[in-house]
Write a protein that binds this ligand. Structure first.
Ligand SMILES: Nc1nc2c(ncn2[C@@H]2O[C@H](COP(=O)(O)OP(=O)(O)OP(=O)(O)O)[C@@H](O)[C@H]2O)c(=O)[nH]1
Ligand SMILES: [Mg+2]
Length: 359
């Protein structure tokens, strides 16, 4: 099957300190995650952001030519666009334009398997749509200059769309709440049974599911793609004469859209109630340090401080790098170095988990 072709644009403000190569490679991985083939990716430096088209006229003309030469009709803008910017760009470029939140929502939508996962993605999409309605509405109002058109047909339409979305959102929230209350009960039983819970968190593709499978002898999908696992899975593992429960969670990425963090809040709550949080890090990735910052930022969003004593850094994929680099890095005595794939360091990790939980 031929993958659909796409061009990637990463616009950035020239005067800001930026990590463009990080963002560009993240963008390339994102489009790959949904089986789009990136023909070309470009950085576009801006003096300022255009409220109408995000990038300026000059860049638009150059980029339109590029698009025509490549014979491609989808563009991924690796930023969040306002509805007006998106519409204008589509008109100017004569192509479909997807922005960052839109693409991540598409990926999540294609990956969700469990009932809760599907409902959460749907909730995120509706919340995204609703925020767009509100934004275009304020835009319209500004255009009218508040000249007393209150109650006009445009406003009514938007209001009724908004109301319908709100109703759908509330219905979904209720359904999710039901599922969550079952989980709360399970959590309560676990606490009563005193089974310690260990969450695996980390940047997407860092190897969480691979480690999870190793520790719990399971068969969760682990694959070289972003957001392979969306639904958090809980399994038992028995070692050192003790039962443990491991939780595999959705992978993180820089600026994970807040609608998604919100919608997955109940799944992510599992992390909050854990006795131990293993932060799985891919040492072979050139953006190793940036990824850590992004993960800690999202943890903070869900209420876990970076200095939380429950966080243990697990440095994964050591089989891919030269051992002297590990030695160089190993001054951090609190980290554990492993290869989830080959099995190096797993026994040591289990020992550390046991010690951390028991003492
Ligand atoms: N060489 C090597 N590859 C690894 C190791 N651990 C995981 N991988 C590979 O990295 C890729 C991603 O692994 P996953 O376990 O799916 O990663 P994840 O963190 O669960 O990713 P998401 O669910 O997408 O967030 C797969 O191709 C794994 O085979 C490791 O220790 N060494
Ligand atoms: Mg996974």
């Amino acid at each position: 099957m031929n993958n659909k072709q796409i061009l990637i644009v990463h616009p950035f403000l020239k005067f800001t300190r930026n990590k463009n190569n990080y963002f560009l490679s993240e963008a390339e991985n994102l489009v790959q995650a949904i089986n789009l083939e990136c023909v070309e990716s470009s950085l576009i430096g801006l003096e300022k952001i255009s409220p109408n088209t995000f990038i300026n006229k000059g860049n638009l003309i150059i980029f339109k030519k590029k698009l025509q030469d490549a014979g491609v009709d989808i563009v991924f803008f690796n930023v969040n666009l306002s509805p007006i910017q998106q519409r204008n760009l589509e008109n100017e470029l004569n192509a479909k334009v997807i922005d960052r939140t839109g693409l991540i929502l598409e990926i999540f939508g294609s990956r969700a398997k469990s009932n809760e996962g599907k409902l959460s993605v749907e909730l995120a999409s509706l919340q995204f749509q609703k925020s767009r309605l509100v934004r275009s509405w304020t835009h319209l109002e500004r255009q009218r200059g508040g000249a007393g058109f209150m109650g006009g047909p445009g406003e009514k339409q938007i209001e009724s769309d908004k109301r319908q979305l709100t109703e759908k959102i509330n219905r979904l929230k209720k359904k999710i709440k039901k599922i969550v209350s079952i989980r709360d009960l399970q959590r309560y039983r676990r606490i009563k049974n005193k089974i310690p819970v260990i969450s695996l968190v980390g940047y997407t593709n860092s190897g969480k599911s691979t480690l999870f499978n190793k520790l719990t002898k399971s068969d969760v999908l682990s694959k070289n793609m972003l957001f392979a696992s969306l639904d958090s899975t809980i399994r038992k593992s028995f070692f050192n004469n003790t039962n443990f429960l491991f939780v595999d969670t959705v992978g993180f990425i820089s600026d994970l859209p807040t609608t998604l963090v919100d919608a997955f809040k109940s799944t992510l709550d599992e992390i909050i109630y854990s006795d131990l949080i293993l932060h799985i890090r891919d040492i072979s990735n050139s953006n190793y340090l940036e990824q850590k910052k992004d993960v800690l930022k999202i943890l903070r969003e869900i209420g876990i401080d970076m200095n939380d004593a429950r966080i243990l850094d697990v440095i994964n994929k050591v089989d891919l790098i030269k051992s002297d680099r590990i030695l160089h890095n190993s001054f951090d005595k609190n980290s554990i170095y492993i290869s989830a794939l080959k099995g190096n360091g797993i026994e040591n990790l289990k020992k550390k988990i046991y010690e951390k939980i028991i003492y």
